[in-house]
Design a protein around this ligand. Structure first.
Ligand code: HEM
Length: 162
């Protein structure tokens, strides 16, 4: 079981983008395969209702999600066209504002990713590095807190650790 820290409302979140070696180890197809397996987990999870129930619409999300992760992991820049000129990290935070994401939903999302990663045959160090990015960046997608309040994390370029 990987470590997951809780999100403290308003606390800055420093994160490092994934090591490009993760993408190099998996390749374009391997990355896509990982993300499709991740969405198979989502489909069977307690957060499946967040996602489109229509198969074709869900397929579009799976494709876009794969392209985002290919780019953020150092692969070709196949996603940024979707970001409407925004920095893609900022765009990714703002895109999640449309969904009411609480602690439980984030833990479930990360759990799905953990299951998908367990079945991925690459060096553990690379998986750990990718996990570190997911665990931290996902804090910025949480916008609904246990005290009932809603708070949208700001994007700060300085939060990205070089
Ligand atoms: C590391 C954290 C996360 C990353 C990098 C991430 C990334 C993405 C990407 C790339 C997409 C597709 C974007 C597109 O349509 O262009 C997406 C959509 C989505 N994500 Fe996340 N996500 C994260 C965390 C979460 C969490 C914790 C939840 C909790 C429920 C979540 C829920 C959703 C939903 C509901 C959608 C959209 C489905 C729709 O458009 O109908 N995400 N995410």
């Amino acid at each position: 079981m990987y470590n997951i820290d809780v999100t403290i409302k308003g606390n800055p979140v420093k994160y490092k983008l994934p090591n490009p070696a993760f993408y190099e180890a998996l390749g374009y197809d391997g990355m896509q395969d990982l993300m499709y397996r991740f969405y198979d987990e989502i489909y069977d999870s307690s957060i499946s209702h967040f996602f489109p129930q229509d198969e074709d619409e869900f397929e579009v999300i799976k494709k876009k999600n794969s392209l985002f992760f290919i780019q953020i992991c150092g692969g070709p820049k196949v996603y940024e066209g979707d970001a409407q000129g925004m920095n893609i990290n900022e765009y990714m935070i703002r895109l999640h504002d449309d969904f009411s994401i609480n602690k439980k939903a984030r833990f479930e999302w990360l759990g799905c990713m953990e299951n998908a990663l367990r079945e991925t045959d690459i060096d553990q160090d690379l998986k750990d590095d990718f996990w570190d990015y997911l665990e931290k960046f996902s804090k910025l997608t949480v916008n609904k807190f246990d005290d009932g309040s809603t708070y949208y994390a700001a994007y700060e370029a300085g939060d990205i650790v070089p």
